[in-house]
Design a protein around this ligand. Structure first.
Ligand code: CA
Length: 232
């Protein structure tokens, strides 16, 4: 990939400037948009590789912009929000955002999120060229056609729900999935009791795939938000 092009949507000049300077010194190209209307225009005309999206904009709500962009584009969107409430992040993720950063954030955090997103992007682009039937990530391998999952050479003995879960996470590798999204996909509903069950299934799944469940390598927990499989 050439230098990735990042679209920075942010109305606060100081924050926009900080992000732009960081991108410039770390081998990224960038465009900026100070409001929602400019963001949509930039997204259409320059087709960025990644979008950094502030949720609180003067004209259009960031979540509505995400919904709009998602009607034609799958470009990864990282939400940047001063609002630390989980509801906003969750709404943005359910609208199609991939990840989030909460203000104030450090330069290191920003760069780490961009790296995670780029890994996902590279994976998606390379898997488009090859067969999609087999998923590999580190030691983990899933054969979607045979319906089997492996860790190294060993077949994993997963329950049907655990298998559904690992498939869902792997098909969205790199993306934060909300509790609501996961429970809807797995059980077709999103009750609080499903979220509690999800926690239990996730714990048993982790015991089977993680070397150390207290510092998981594959599945990251986002407290109050959801889970993500990381691309190793
Ligand atoms: Ca703002």
């Amino acid at each position: 990939m050439n230098k990735p092009l990042v679209l920075v949507v942010e109305d606060d000049y100081a924050v926009r400037n900080l992000i732009s300077t960081t991108l410039e010194t770390h081998e990224y190209r960038f465009h900026t948009a100070p409001n929602g209307e400019a963001a949509i225009l930039e997204a259409v005309s320059h087709n960025p590789d990644i979008i950094l999206m502030d949720l609180g904009l003067p004209d259009i709500d960031g979540v509505d912009i995400i919904r709009k962009i998602r009607t034609w584009s799958i470009t990864p969107i990282i939400v940047i929000s001063a609002r630390s409430e989980d509801e906003d992040k969750i709404e943005a993720l359910d609208a199609g955002a991939d990840d989030y950063l909460t203000k104030p954030f450090s330069i290191e955090e920003l760069l780490a999120r961009l790296r995670v997103t780029l890994r996902r992007l590279n994976y998606v682009q390379s898997s488009e060229k090859t067969e999609n039937n087999i998923f590999t990530n580190g030691e983990l391998k899933i054969d979607y056609v045979a319906g089997c999952a492996y860790l190294g050479d060993d077949e994993l003995h997963l329950t049907p729900i655990e298998y559904k879960l690992i498939c869902l996470l792997s098909k969205n590798v790199g993306k934060v999935l909300t509790h609501t999204f996961i429970t809807r996909e797995i059980w077709g509903s999103a009750w609080d009791s499903d979220v509690a069950s999800l926690r239990v299934f996730m714990a048993t799944l982790r015991k089977k795939i993680e070397k150390n469940t207290s510092s998981p390598q594959y599945i990251q927990t986002h407290i109050g938000v959801g889970y993500r499989m990381l691309k190793i």
